[in-house]
Unconditional design. Structure first.
Length: 191
């Protein structure tokens, strides 16, 4: 599969993740974001279907994710294959190329932090949270993220895997959305 196609699919996954987070209630003026962790290896390419559920609607996207120790690249697509965005993150800067079809409210910081919370190694996440008001609790099939003692996000691994969970549910209590993430394919890449 060509890199451009992979990036497009990856971006779709990210978009779905981001769209769910970006439907922010009006009473919340400042988004509260988990500290971002650096990119994490090993090198891999993942194709996912992400379904975002809000109280009033549901959206499904395809997402292609390529990541290694230096960067994260995502491409988001509609189920019909229309490109919605391309996103890259190098540990410091997020670069986002959006289609006019993508809602203006989509915040790439949410996309990356949801993805990291679900899939990044716990030690990397905890290191990024040092000296902050964030706390992460982890057991075999759950991750729970707290901010100032309040549970913000819960991750439930419905089909855990030692390498990459195949089926995951993310519940964001603060912004009132759910993500259902299904991994369609996972490919380890040479470094």
């Amino acid at each position: 599969m060509p890199l451009k196609a992979v990036l497009l699919i990856f971006s779709l996954c990210v978009l779905l993740t981001g769209c769910a987070v970006l439907n922010i209630p009006e009473d919340i003026k400042q988004p509260v974001l988990m500290p971002m962790a650096p990119p994490a290896g090993p090198s891999r390419r993942v194709l996912q279907q992400i379904t975002a559920l809000w109280p009033d609607r549901k959206e499904t996207l395809l997402c292609v994710l390529e990541l290694d120790k230096q960067r994260v690249a995502m491409a988001g697509l509609t189920n019909d294959g229309v490109s919605l965005f391309n996103l890259t993150y190098d540990g410091k800067t997020i670069v986002l190329d959006k289609s006019p079809l993508l809602p203006a409210s989509v915040a790439p910081e949410f996309i990356i932090t949801d993805l990291q919370l679900v899939y990044w190694p716990v030690t990397v996440l905890q290191k990024s949270m040092q000296a902050s008001s964030w706390r992460l609790e982890v057991d075999k099939s759950h991750r729970r993220l707290y901010y100032l003692g309040n549970k913000m996000v819960e991750v439930n691994y419905l089909s855990p895997d030692a390498v990459w969970a195949k089926s995951v549910e993310l519940i964001n209590y603060r912004y009132n959305y759910h993500l259902q993430i299904k991994t369609i394919s996972y490919e380890a890449l040479s470094e």
